[in-house]
Design a binder for this molecule. Structure first.
Ligand code: GLU
Length: 461
């Protein structure tokens, strides 16, 4: 096989939602898997709906997901001359004709087809009509009605369309403005695309596009139409990738999750990007529609958090801490160990930030949860915590072992159990009744902060 060249071709009219991201991902993975090229084409010919803001949002989202494109993106708006040249060729070769039917006339044809129980196919009535210089027209591409068009789709299998079902399609307006099915063919050919991998919603366009390839004498690429993504509300389906970033998902987890919506490799659930690229093949894409499932996505995210090194988590959690109101320097040495103490219990980076936030607050800024304080910071436990603080003062090397020894020694000499001080000191240190393992947390918090916070809770400071 010659070098694989695939492309993702978003229309910049909104955000990159998960469905679009998955189309991009499958193209990217296929390119990585085959050692080919992954290209981008911004389909911005619809000037009313396309915005730079949307283009930037889509490029940012792809970048965040780690899908690097291999050549400069192509913008359709910059290629009008090429489209006009192809149209002129088709006009010269007599492969297109002017259609003067008005929208009202087409509506009548549509209504007639409907009442006769047929699908509306434009009947080519303008083909061969003499020119009508004063009338508005569109350019229609003539499609032979004999035979059938076969798409050997790499995902959907063999899809056969009788040619009488393919209407002479409009490829340009009277001023030469080209339309989607026409420009896609010109661009895919110019970009040397070998495999068109896109959503199944485009499958009905493919026979029309194949006819245009033939009309322009261009080689037809392979096609793979991906199953759609269903489930959940439209709002969730159409939420942009950046909203998942803001909810604290890891890019690798988003890729893992969307890859599994429509593709599988045995019963493996968790994949890194590298593993996905190793294992991905279009032949393993399912035909059945994938459904979004938030719990599954969270679970996958949690698995990715668990598999990420603490330094990596530290770098990722900083912006979430900032959103939570705490500015922490990237090189703060407490960050990696702090993340490690909550790593197994954080489903998202938002949760992780909320769980490690207390480490980075000023000692006197800890706010006690009302219920927790009422239950655990009683007069009796305050006395115990004060005693424990004194015992801890002697623990100079400040390791889990030395802290544990000091606390256990204090409990023994005071004839109390660990549980009598564990929860009260947790509330004193974090403000909450739940949190990381007590001794690990104390190590990360540091001796001075632990003593300050314990004494503050007893009212000693
Ligand atoms: N611009 C089209 C879309 O966003 C994709 C066209 C294609 O992949 O051929 O749906």
């Amino acid at each position: 096989m010659s070098e694989v060249r695939v492309r993702f071709a978003p229309s910049p009219t909104g955000v990159l939602h998960l469905g679009g991201a998955r189309t991009a991902l499958f193209n990217w993975l296929f390119a990585r898997h085959t050692g080919g090229k992954f290209l981008l084409r911004i389909e911005d010919t619809d000037q009313k709906r396309s915005t730079d803001e949307s283009t930037n949002a889509i490029l940012d989202a792809l970048q965040w997901l780690g899908m690097k494109w291999d050549e400069e993106p192509i913008y359709q708006s910059a290629r009008m001359e090429e489209y006009k040249a192809s149209l002129s060729r088709l006009i010269d070769e007599g492969k297109v004709y002017k259609c003067y039917c008005t929208p009202e006339e087409r509506q009548v044809m549509r209504d007639e087809a409907k009442s006769a129980g047929r699908t509306f196919i434009y009947d080519g009535r303008c083909d061969g009509k003499p020119d009508q210089p004063d009338k508005q027209f569109v350019w229609r591409f003539r499609i032979s009605k004999d035979g059938e068009t076969v798409v050997e789709d790499l995902v959907q299998g063999r899809v056969v369309t009788p040619n009488y079902e393919i209407e002479d399609l409009v490829i340009a307006r009277s001023d030469g403005t080209p339309l989607y099915n026409f420009v896609v063919v010109i661009d895919d050919a110019a970009m040397g695309i070998t495999h068109v991998v896109r959503g199944k919603d485009h499958l009905t366009n493919t026979p029309k596009q194949m006819a245009i390839y033939q009309g322009l004498g261009l080689p037809i690429p392979s096609f793979a139409h991906l199953p759609l993504i269903l489930g959940l509300s439209k709002r969730l389906r159409s939420a942009g990738v950046e909203s998942y970033r803001d909810q604290g998902y890891l890019p690798g987890a988003v890729n893992n999750y969307i890859a599994r919506l429509g593709w599988s490799h045995g019963d493996q659930e968790i994949f890194s990007d590298t593993e996905l690229a190793d294992k991905f093949d279009l032949a393993d894409v399912n035909r059945s529609e994938g459904a979004l499932n938030v719990e599954k996505m969270e679970w996958i995210n949690q698995q990715h958090i668990m598999a990420t090194g603490r330094e990596g988590l530290a770098a990722m959690v900083v912006p979430f801490l900032s959103t939570a109101g705490v500015e922490v320097a990237l090189d703060d040495p407490r960050l990696p160990p702090a993340c490690e103490t909550v790593q197994l219990r954080s489903k998202t980076l938002v949760e992780m930030a909320a769980k490690v936030k207390f480490y980075f607050l000023e000692d006197d800024a800890i706010v006690y949860d009302e219920k927790a304080a009422k239950k655990f910071l009683t007069q009796e436990s305050k006395v115990r915590i004060a005693g424990m603080a004194t015992a801890l003062e002697g623990s100079l090397d400040w390791t889990v072992q030395s802290i544990e020894d000091a606390v256990n020694g204090f409990c023994e000499s005071s004839d109390i159990k660990l549980k009598h001080v564990a929860q009260p000191s947790r509330v004193a240190l974090t403000g909450e009744a739940t949190g990381p393992g007590l001794f690990e947390m104390m190590v990360v918090l540091g001796r001075a902060s632990v003593l300050n916070r314990l004494r503050r809770a007893c009212g000693d400071e």
